[in-house]
Design a binder for this molecule. Structure first.
Ligand SMILES: O=C(O)CCC(=O)N[C@@H](CCC(=O)O)C(=O)O
Ligand SMILES: [Zn+2]
Length: 339
């Protein structure tokens, strides 16, 4: 029988970067299946209406969250932690992780919601595989009438940030946001939340749109290689996840510790000569003056609309047509509609 040597799911995944034949695992508080490389489903002994997807390493070089989640898996498998919720663990891109690269051919986190059908290469097939794993996990045949579907897609960012930890909330038609989820993010040490202005083809958006999951992309700080992450910086997130996994309860903290931003625009690289007029080390959430020409190319110019508008995820090392940054504006909590 196959097993996970030393209960080290990360090591098993990296040693089988392309695929892995399914096999079952058992542990003190339940049983599970390694469905493929980087895809591990864990089922508690008693049924639960909480269905939690934790995905990490959708970008191969974002190793901090991978190490954190591997610690949690190890603790469940060796009995130090007791599983009480259904749990799907996804290590997104083992091939890129082994090469310490963000991606191999194209950005995996632009290929969800079926966008993989218009792409090819390793990321396209991986996006299809991950969508299937999530669909199977949330499949109505295995869940009860009032499921609580959660998907936290954990990342780290290319650059520093005025707010080290922040979440990207998927675009929701009616702009009504779930107070308990925001409160959970606050308890996890998240400092800011961006409300997306349009649908995207990211993993978290896909889980929200297709499965109505509470789904977020969560940025936890800066990218470092395996072994170089200071995991103590994730301690609030770790504690909140342990509580969720062991008790089924979502920690909560006052929303007053969060800053909220609405996304105004996506900056799109529209030509080979597209430039962002910012310093190379500018941090996420750096604000600009009204009228400043932030981006230009032969085809377009982007001027800052209002003093204080800020940039997040600036990056021009990508193909034409892709997002070169997000423009965001702070909003006051009293202007949010919460449910
Ligand atoms: O630091 C950066 O520029 C990118 C960090 C990262 O991978 N961010 C995610 C955000 C996804 C989202 O908008 O929900 C990404 O770009 O895929
Ligand atoms: Zn990422």
């Amino acid at each position: 029988m196959m097993r996970i040597p030393n209960n080290d799911f990360l090591a098993l995944t990296l040693a089988n970067q392309e695929s892995l034949s399914p096999f079952t695992v058992s542990f003190p508080s339940g049983c599970g299946v390694v469905e493929d490389t980087g895809i591990l489903r864990l089922e508690p002994t008693a049924s639960s209406d909480i269905h939690l997807v934790l995905s990490v390493g959708i970008h191969g070089n974002e190793t901090g969250p991978i190490e954190l989640v591997n610690q949690l898996v190890m603790a469940i498998l060796n009995g130090q932690m007791r599983l009480t919720v259904r749990l799907l663990i996804v290590i997104g891109h083992p091939l890129a992780a082994n090469q310490a690269k963000r991606f191999f051919d194209v950005n995996l986190n632009r290929l969800f919601d079926g966008a993989w059908q218009h792409s090819e290469g390793v990321e396209a097939s991986r996006a299809a595989r991950l969508e299937k794993a999530v669909s199977n996990f949330y499949a109505p045949s295995v869940i009860q009438s009032t499921p609580i579907k959660l998907h936290y897609d954990l990342h780290t960012a290319i650059r520093g940030s005025e707010y080290e930890k922040f979440a990207v909330h998927p675009f929701v038609e009616k702009a009504v946001y779930d107070q308990a989820q925001l409160s959970f993010l606050a308890a996890c040490g998240i400092e800011a939340v961006l409300f997306s202005h349009q649908p995207t083809t990211t993993f978290s958006y896909h889980s929200y749109k297709v499965h109505q999951a509470h789904a977020f992309t969560i940025e936890l700080g800066k990218v470092y290689p395996f072994g170089k992450n200071d995991l103590s910086r994730f301690s609030k997130l770790k504690d909140s996840l342990i509580r969720l996994i062991e008790t089924g309860q979502q920690a909560h903290a006052p929303l007053s510790s969060l800053r909220f931003f609405t996304v105004l625009d996506s900056l799109i690289k529209d030509d080979h000569d597209y430039r962002l007029h910012i310093a190379s080390d500018v941090k996420n959430f750096t604000a600009f003056e009204s009228g400043y020409t932030l981006a230009s190319s032969s085809k377009s110019q982007y001027q800052v609309q209002q003093t204080g508008d800020a940039i997040v995820f600036p990056n021009t090392q990508l193909p034409i047509g892709q997002r070169a940054g997000l423009m965001v504006r702070a909003i006051q909590p009293e202007h949010l509609t919460l449910t």
